[in-house]
Design a binder for this molecule. Structure first.
Ligand code: FES
Length: 346
């Protein structure tokens, strides 16, 4: 009935739709879009911000480990990025928490870290992502995170705590120093490794099988959930392969290695009529450098928001190395680099 009424109002409010009028007085409200109001802002460490967000009625539940796409308007242009929920999936007050770290040249992350304040309204999507705990909780879990990769695994830990999880959990976290570690106060039992202050952590040095032994002697049989920067992900992945237990390693990567191809050749953005000389970076970055603002979300090949059609030429998926050369093929431009001359439907 309510939906029917909304549809009638929406038709009557054409051409703008009912949302455009209601958002003048209630910006977080929308008949169809997921939006959230920032109700609390905390700056735990230099260069990060923790936002408590109350989503509108279009939000649905999330599973620990999932992320949402956050859209903010900066200088009149809407920009979207992915951030993982850090709170328990069972938080009873209808809010959830995101912690965002300012990335070098990160337009959205820097905007939120420096300008977020209570009352700010963010565009959101319903929760997405496959990096989640099995429905039947394993008896033994190892959670490993590095830097801002702490958020999805912290959500898992908090969710398990709320469920009264009786299994065994080890939380291993890598940060530069105690000062750089978000949520440090709330994680007294976490095993910490600080790269810039080895003596200040519980273990020292780079991740190794010996270090995992020290953190949890039974890690080879633990279901392991890992999120962090690319070098940590690669190193842990290799250790699990060597140990023959990579089937137990579940990963989410939120930073990409530097994706580059040979510079040179031309990139033509067909719809825009722009052609630039390729600098070898992913097509999304080259489009933005050319002044375009294509839709994007995660910017690391997960969400498919940036997908465009290849018009001609060849692109390489810089994560998998796969080549795409058939005209009309869908291309995730955030992780695709040109190989020679390329035209893309953008
Ligand atoms: S922006 Fe998410 S796949 Fe490209």
């Amino acid at each position: 009935m309510f939906t029917e009424l909304l549809r009638m109002f929406d038709a009557a409010a054409t051409p703008h739709g009912v949302d455009r009028y209601v958002e003048l007085v209630a910006p977080a409200w929308s008949s169809t879009e997921v939006r959230g109001r920032v109700v609390q802002v905390e700056r735990q460490t230099p260069g990060t911000v923790t936002l408590t967000i109350r989503p509108n009625h279009n939000w649905t539940a999330f599973e620990a480990g999932q992320h949402t796409q956050v859209t903010v308007e900066i200088d009149g242009v809407r920009h979207t990025r992915c951030y993982s929920m850090a709170s328990s999936a069972h938080a009873g007050d209808g809010t959830f928490e995101l912690t965002i770290k300012a990335q070098p040249d990160g337009l959205v992350s820097n905007h939120l870290v420096h300008h977020a304040e209570p009352g700010m309204v963010l565009g959101l999507t319903t929760a997405m992502g496959e990096f989640t705990l099995p429905g039947e909780r394993p008896d033994h879990l190892l959670l490993i995170s590095g830097g801002s990769g702490i958020t999805p695994v912290l959500s898992m830990l908090r969710t398990l705590e709320d469920e009264g999880y009786a299994g065994r959990t080890t939380f291993l976290h890598y940060a530069r120093s105690a000062r750089d570690m978000t949520y440090r106060e709330g994680l007294p039992t976490a095993v910490k490794v600080f790269s810039d202050d080895p003596a200040g952590g519980d273990l020292a040095g780079l991740v190794s099988a010996e270090q995992l032994d020290a953190a949890d002697p039974d890690w080879r049989t633990a279901e392991t959930f890992l999120c962090g920067p690319a070098p940590l992900m690669d190193a842990v992945g290799e250790i699990y392969v060597q140990a023959g237990c990579s089937a137990r390693l579940h990963t989410e990567q939120f930073t990409l290695p530097m994706l580059l191809s040979e510079a040179g050749g031309s990139v033509r953005f067909n719809e825009s009529g722009l052609t630039v000389e390729s600098d070898g970076r992913p097509l999304l970055l080259q489009a933005e450098a050319a002044g375009l603002n294509p839709a994007s979300g995660c910017r690391m090949g997960i969400c498919h928001t940036c997908t465009r059609s290849l018009v001609c030429g060849t692109v390489r998926d810089a994560v998998t190395g796969d080549l795409t050369e058939d005209p009309g093929s869908p291309v995730r431009i955030c992780v695709s680099v040109p190989v020679g001359d390329v035209a893309i439907d953008l």
